[in-house]
Design a protein around this ligand. Structure first.
Ligand code: PRX
Length: 654
């Protein structure tokens, strides 16, 4: 969010109450919502237990909702057993067997649909195939797939067998994939020959082969879905075609009942060190939270066609493409491709062609499409849409208003949903039939979610408009359970900062006089670039791994479309490059970062200097670098720097 946006957010006074027509049909109207708040307030654990009984199908019911004995490793519904895939498939078969579960549209326009019955059969075959490879409950499977129905099938086949999946976004590099496979200790990798993005081939199998060549000793088998038919490398004995593995399998596979705390998935995300963290989610609590938030925030109904543009490689794709939606027996669309293929009307054309009723995307996509003009949306029939949503980063009021006016025709609720990979499900968001919205605010915490804003000492900030750290003060069912293999880091990252009293989100926020939350951004060294989460340290270590780089410091800089872009200050081992040499090295370093991490991590700006601004104790003054990257005047005291003269050099273009 830029300073300008921030200022306008702070002055934002517009309010949009829910339309009576929407309230009349909504799952939650103001009265029902108030009732939920009251129940949750009276008995936090009992509130969730009640929902867990009605919304989740248990194999063995639980006897205790919340177990705090190992806090902050909270446990929910711990002695209950269930199967997540059973909840997403089997239990819908009697009433919804012929209902469409998944619609997959490729970038080239190819469309495939799967009813619940078909999906159940495919997933059962895949699960039987995976079992034939000797996988046991608790084994990890890494999924590196394009955004196609088979990615969801792979996740659900794992869930059916009690295997813990870890999806790696298809845009990540071989090195990033290898790091994640190794940290998870995966026995099987599920991938595809390739995919398509913005008219270009994505070489998934090739990257996977590279990752496996570099290590990944635990991987025994690679299951390859044939998506493009492109030529790929093959290792006999290790590589198996998906279709061959499934060919001989029965279309039914008894679900493996697991305990509620059984890890459903790991999802790696960036923090403030160079090493991504494996966020570990549970089965029972996660599923419950996913299901109820889908009802509350998306007001899901049986006749909806729901589309979330997020990739399954991110948490949004887990909770609000797969588990929350299929858990509710909904119809979900998946699109593999770019928003601008063949032109900037693609999203709206998809909405029109499939009669999409609920559309959920990231502010960065809205800003990019806003820039392309109103003609594209206006050329398409968007009349089936009834609810719009955003996620992943703060939305500036200008983009919110465009979304409201041009896509929503001033008629549709917009749900701005705040949550994180760690929270598993939406935490702060409007309930569309009950909450008046304000452009730029994610409004109020949902029922059963206890949020607060505290100062550096952990004292609640009570003054309206005063900023502080966003914290969650009570455990919730979908919370992360730990960091895979590193419980100490789990505790020190999320709990130690406020002496185990609160979960610390890592965001700063303020709350207005109506109790509405306004997220200002991250308070740690995490960037949100086009809604993607990246650690500055990860980009720095990628840069430093280049032979010419001695030192690097990375900061975020406001960007009109991406929200934030990456600005890197680099010190070379040899002389500071200038002119054409600098230009060449910039290109080389950008390519190097893409190779190390993935294209999403490429710095937009790289500036060379002979040194970085450091205090006498050797600490890099990041605040100063941020000001320089933004081209702002320097207001910091630079006299404490070890090398004050460097500031002028850092301000100069290469
Ligand atoms: O900074 C917040 C921002 O995204 C971070 C979480 O990123 P990630 O784990 O990748 O999950 C993104 C999808 C859930 C948060 O700490 N963020 C997410 N949603 C919003 C947001 N910032 C402002 N408004 C939001 N609605």
């Amino acid at each position: 969010m830029t300073e300008k946006d921030l200022e306008s957010v702070l002055k934002e006074t517009r309010q949009f109450p829910p339309k009576p027509e929407f309230v009349a049909q909504a799952r939650l109207n103001p009265d029902r919502l108030a009732g939920l708040y009251r129940t949750a307030e009276r008995d936090h654990a009992g509130f969730w237990a009640q929902l867990a009984h009605t919304e989740v199908s248990w194999h063995r019911p639980f006897s205790q909702a919340l177990d705090e004995s190992r806090a902050p490793n909270y446990r929910w519904f711990a002695d209950g057993t269930l199967n997540v895939a059973y909840n997403c498939l089997d239990r819908h078969l009697p009433a919804r067997g012929e209902k469409i579960a998944l619609i997959g549209e490729g970038e080239k326009g190819d469309v495939r649909t799967f009813t619940y019955k078909q999906l159940h059969a495919e997933i059962s075959k895949l699960a039987n195939g995976l079992r034939s490879l000797g996988l046991q409950p608790g084994d990890r499977v890494v999924i590196y797939m394009p955004m196609i129905p088979e990615a969801a099938m792979a996740m659900l086949a794992c869930a059916r067998l009690g295997l813990t999946h870890s999806v790696v976004f298809g845009g990540f590099s071989a090195q990033s994939l290898k790091d994640r496979i190794e940290d998870a200790g995966a026995r099987v990798l599920i991938t595809a020959d390739g995919g398509t993005r913005a008219g270009q081939g994505v070489e998934l199998k090739k990257v996977a082969d590279e990752a496996l060549e570099r290590g990944c000793q635990t991987v025994e088998k690679v299951v390859v879905y044939r998506r493009t038919g492109q030529r790929i490398g093959w290792q006999d004995g290790r590589d198996l075609w998906w279709h061959e593995l499934l060919a001989a399998q029965a279309p039914d596979c008894p679900p493996v009942w697991v305990e509620a705390e059984h890890p459903l998935f790991l999802l790696y995300t960036s923090g403030s060190t160079g090493k991504p963290k494996g966020i570990q989610h549970s089965s029972g609590g996660y599923l419950l939270n996913a299901i109820v938030t889908t009802q509350w925030v998306f007001d899901i109904r049986d006749d909806d066609v729901y589309w979330c543009t997020a990739d399954v490689g991110w948490v949004t794709g887990h909770t609000y493409v797969v588990y929350g939606l299929l858990g509710n027996g909904a119809t979900v669309l998946m699109y593999e491709g770019a928003p601008t293929q063949p032109d900037a009307g693609r999203f709206w054309k998809i909405c029109q062609n499939h009669g999409v009723t609920i559309f959920y995307t990231a502010p960065t996509a809205i800003r990019a499409l806003m820039k392309m003009g109103e003609d594209f949306p206006n050329r398409h029939d968007l009349s089936k849409l009834r609810l719009l949503g955003t996620v992943g980063e703060p939305i500036n009021p200008e983009a919110w208003m465009w979304y409201h006016r041009v896509i929503g025709k001033e008629n549709l609720p917009i749900v701005d949903t705040w949550w994180q990979t760690e929270t598993g499900a939406i935490m702060i968001a409007p309930v569309p039939g009950a909450t008046p919205t304000k452009p730029g605010s994610c409004t109020r915490p949902l029922p059963g979610i206890a949020a607060d804003i505290v100062d550096g000492a952990g004292r609640p900030v009570r003054d309206a408009g005063a900023g502080g750290h966003l914290v969650i003060t009570k455990p919730w069912p979908a919370m992360l359970r730990t960091l895979w293999g590193d419980n100490e880091r789990y505790i020190s990252t999320y709990w130690t900062p406020f002496k185990n009293r609160y979960y610390v989100a890592g965001d700063t926020a303020h709350r207005d006089a109506d109790g509405y939350y306004w997220i200002l951004g991250r308070s740690d060294d995490v960037l949100k670039v086009s809604g993607h989460r990246l650690g500055t340290m990860e980009v720095e270590s990628a840069l430093v791994s280049h032979p010419r780089v001695a030192e690097a410091a990375v900061v975020g800089r406001p960007h009109e479309i991406k929200g934030e872009s990456i600005f890197a200050f680099v010190v070379c081992r040899d002389a500071r490059p200038q002119g054409a040499e600098a230009e060449n090295l910039v290109g080389e370093l950008r390519a190097h970062v893409a190779q190390e991490l993935g294209a999403i991590a490429k710095p937009d700006d790289i500036r060379f200097a002979e040194g970085l601004p450091k205090t006498r104790s050797g600490k890099i003054m990041r605040r100063l670098l941020r000001a320089i990257a933004r081209g702002e005047p320097i207001t910091q005291d630079v006299s404490t720097l070890e090398n004050p003269a460097i500031v002028t050099q850092l301000q100069e273009k290469n």
